[in-house]
Design a protein around this ligand. Structure first.
Ligand code: NAD
Length: 319
């Protein structure tokens, strides 16, 4: 790895837990900045990581996090919920926009060599023709999507104005180990199966998503750090496969050995998209990105992780 020290904001979260492991395995020094609002300290237990508790909205915390030779940043910290962004509009704006600008300013001041921004394919593009790609016109539906598009815009502007080597990565729907605090369909279905409650599907189940296994995503982030890219490069990291929510529920029921586990249908939620999947051709050309984990294999690994980490679920029951 070409960098001396990589700052991962939001490193105690779901994706951070796998990314930090990947970066350590590749021989990097890793520092984490996280306010633990949505993350879990247990996610990085026992790892050689310098962890700072702090808020990306506070420029002093951001300044401190980049002291002492940080030369690359992966900015994952975010108010990451589409549905909560509808009621929590200002907080979503402050964390996702102001927080991102704080980090970009500090990174530009310190001449950081790479700044990777975690964006979102579906939320930023909205209801465009499928599959979405870097050529799609962004028209966010939710405040969360709007804040991520704004973050992308600032990353682009910092590349142009300050020659900061930014890369904006639009993630698909990521799933995998350490997702016990998330509220997406994979986590919700696994929790329901483990707690013997019905699977709740919002809408009629025909909605579609592009599910990407977290290890494949982290390989893409790592490639984006390693490769020399034009500052301000935008890439979709996705599986390229469109899966209905009903098919996802059936796959998980099969993996859990409960083919007839009950389903409850609820009204669709505000801000959510009907259909989404993305083309990752550009990431393939520029990074060699090529997700290898099939949905069945990834769901099986995720199910096994939840089965072997009952403490993660128990800690949520106590909240
Ligand atoms: N999980 C997905 O499917 C998905 C899809 C598209 C984009 N993303 C983006 O990827 C990134 C990581 O997502 P995740 O699923 O790991 O989310 P997560 O909620 O599990 O992790 C986010 C982390 O950021 C921390 N954080 C939140 N606000 C903070 C603040 N103000 N200051 C410091 N830390 C703060 C939280 O405590 C948490 O540990 C986010 O930017 C998210 O928007 C995720």
């Amino acid at each position: 790895m070409a960098f001396k020290c990589i700052l991962v904001t939001g490193g105690f979260g779901f994706i951070g837990a796998s990314l930090v492991r990947k970066l350590l395995a590749e021989g990097s020094r890793v520092r984490v900045l996280d306010d633990l609002s949505r993350g879990d300290a247990a996610n990085l237990e026992g790892l050689e990581v310098e962890a700072l508790t702090g808020d990306v909205r506070d420029p002093r915390d951001v300044g401190e996090a980049m002291e002492g030779g940080v030369d690359a940043v992966v900015h994952l910290a975010a108010f990451g919920s589409v549905t909560e962004s509808v009621s929590g509009l200002s907080e979503n704006f402050d964390v996702n926009v102001r927080g991102t600008v704080n980090l970009l300013q500090e990174a530009a001041r310190r001449k950081v060599k790479k700044f990777v921004f975690a964006s979102s394919g579906g939320a930023v593009i909205g209801r465009g023709p499928l599959p979405v790609s870097e050529a799609s016109l962004p028209r966010p539906v939710s405040p969360y999507g709007a804040s991520k598009l704004c973050g992308e815009a600032y990353c682009h502007a910092f590349a142009q104005t300050f020659a900061l080597p930014t890369v904006m990565l639009r993630f698909a729907n990521v799933y995998g180990p350490f997702s016990h605090r998330k509220r997406g369909a994979v986590t919700a279905f696994i929790k329901a199966l483990l707690r013997d409650r019905p699977l709740v599907i919002y809408g009629d189940g025909s909605a579609t998503r592009d599910f990407l296994f977290v290890d494949d995503l982290c390989q893409g982030i790592y490639q984006a750090l390693e490769r020399s890219l034009e500052p301000g490069t935008l890439l979709h990291l996705a599986s390229g496969v469109e899966t209905t929510i009903i098919a996802l529920a059936n796959e998980l029921r099969k993996i859990a050995g409960r083919a007839s586990h009950p389903t409850h249908f609820a009204p669709p939620r505000a801000g959510e998209l009907e259909h989404n999947f993305a083309d990752f051709d550009r990431a393939n050309r520029l990074l060699g990105f090529n997700p290898r984990t099939s949905l069945t294999a990834g769901l099986d690994l995720t199910w096994r992780w939840f089965r072997s980490h009952p403490a993660a679920l128990r800690s949520l029951d106590q909240n």
